[in-house]
Structure formats: C-alpha cells, structure tokens
Design a protein around this ligand. Structure first.
Ligand code: GLP
Length: 260
C-alpha cells in the first residue's frame, strides 16, 4: 500500500512506493495530508518547496507540483506569490441552523474578528432590496459595506442594507468596534431572530480579489441573507462574498416522511 506511516516519536515517516498502483503524486498528497492531520505542519507553516519534496521522496518536481496544486485547489494549502505555499487555517464553519453573525462565528473558533468599514451611508433601495425588506423602491435605507477579517486576515466583504424606524442613527455608531447584530439587539431592541440565505459559487473579480487579498478568479461564495426580528419584520438584506477556500457551510437535514 502507499505512504504507510511509521510513527517515530512525534514525527511520522512516510515513503512513496514505486510499485504501488497508486500514482506518485497521489501518494505524496496523502503523505502531506497526514502531516497536517498529525499537527506536524501547522496552519500558517511554509511547506517544503517542490525541489525539496522531490529530493526527499525521490520524485520529480512536476509530480511534487501536481500534488501541491491539488491540495491548493482543495483548500488545504494556499499560495502566496513570491513567498511559497502555506498550510491553510481550518475552514470556518457557518452553521445554517442557528442564526449567527460574523463576530460570533469567528469567536467560536478562537479567532479575533475585526472589521474595516468601506462605506456607511443612507441611500435609496433598489427594486430587489425593496422587495426583500418589504419597502418601496427608492426608500432611504442604511447602506453598510464592511471588510471582515479574522486574526487580521480578510475573509469576507459584506454589503448590508438596513431598514427600520430610526435606522439613520446607525450612521453615528462605531461599526468597526461593534457587532451589528449585537447593536441591533442591545441598543435598538431589534434582535435578529430568523434569516433566509442563498448560497452561490463564483469567481473573485478585480475589486473582490484586491480586498480579500486573493488572486483574481479564485473561488468565492456569494451569500444573500434577509434577516428578520422576532416580530417577523425584515431588517437587513445583506450580500456577502466569502473566500471560497476558508469557509464551510454546515446544514443538518431531516426527511419529513419516508417514501413507501
Ligand atoms: C453575517 C451576515 C451579515 C450580518 C453579519 C453580522 O456575516 N452575513 O448579514 O450583517 O453576520 O455580523 P456582526 O454582528 O459581526 O456585525
């Protein structure tokens, strides 16, 4: 079999088997995956270069490159131009069962959330927003665009539009230091209680790539969320773009009735 792990102290030794029916790049992928799983290569670590891997495992650079590229595409590694390839952080899981905000999601995994406000202004709602927020097209809403980061690393761009009586007061809030959901709940008496969300796969355009510090054309996840308060009143319609390789969306499903 391939890449048999032989535990030597805290390190795992592994070999590429020449006679294995499994392609060599595949065996190397499994070896590298195990190094990450075992905690030997930690998030943020620079992995060995193609040349080093080639020398260590007695394979060609091309084979090493193929294994690395596959793991980059799977999100286990990420490349930084001119610097090398690094181990990604574990993906952030956004629960699709419990309604949580960005700040909660990031704190739940022990990271420090932060926010850069890109725009905060009053602006007229377009047709789609008006429909989602059940208001008239052209009605003035609070528009907020934020870059969301975890431990200083950009993860998402969120464009929110909020409509409720007195929403213009949000202009005076410090939205870099405060969670929007928390403010709505504690200061405005409008706790976000329910939401509808759509997910769509896509590719980063110029502006998104620049803000998220990822190459143009990287995979991203677009979400559109309408959030309601306990009185079933829509208060926020938000469009977000998440770095595709850093997020997992989790949902739990139950079958209502078994087909006879
Ligand atoms: C999520 C949603 C946004 C919402 C945000 C609130 O990320 N996609 O619609 O505005 O959470 O997060 P916070 O409370 O950290 O401002």
């Amino acid at each position: 079999m391939w890449g048999t792990m032989e535990k030597v102290g805290p390190i795992y030794m592994s070999t590429i088997y020449r006679n294995s029916p499994l392609p060599r790049y595949y065996q190397l992928k499994e070896i590298m995956r195990e190094r990450v799983r075992a905690g030997e290569w930690k998030p943020g670590d620079l992995i060995p270069s193609e040349r080093e891997l080639g020398e260590t495992y007695g394979i060609s650079r091309m084979t090493a490159r193929q294994a690395i590229t596959d793991l980059v595409n799977e999100g286990l590694f990420y490349r930084e131009q001119g610097k090398g390839t690094f181990v990604s952080r574990n993906k952030i899981t956004q629960q699709l069962i419990r309604l949580t905000g960005f700040t909660e999601d990031i704190r739940a995994r022990g990271q420090q959330p932060s926010t850069k406000v890109l725009s905060a202004q009053m602006s007229p709602a377009n047709e789609v927003t008006a429909e989602r927020l059940r208001i008239q097209t052209g009605q003035i809403v609070f528009y907020l665009q934020r870059l969301r980061l975890a431990d200083g690393e950009p993860l998402a761009i969120e464009s929110s539009q909020l409509s409720f009586k007195g929403c213009e007061k949000l202009l005076e809030e410090d939205l870099e230091q405060n969670s929007l959901y928390r403010l709505l709940e504690t200061k405005y008496g409008l706790p976000p209680m329910e939401a509808e969300q759509e997910l769509e796969a896509g590719l980063a355009g110029n502006e998104e790539a620049q803000l998220l510090k990822i190459p143009v054309g990287s995979s991203v996840l677009f979400t559109r969320r309408t959030t309601y308060t306990d009185r079933n009143q829509p208060i926020e319609y938000a469009k977000s773009v998440y770095c595709g390789n850093k997020y997992t969306f989790y949902t739990h499903m139950k079958r209502e009735q078994l087909v006879p």
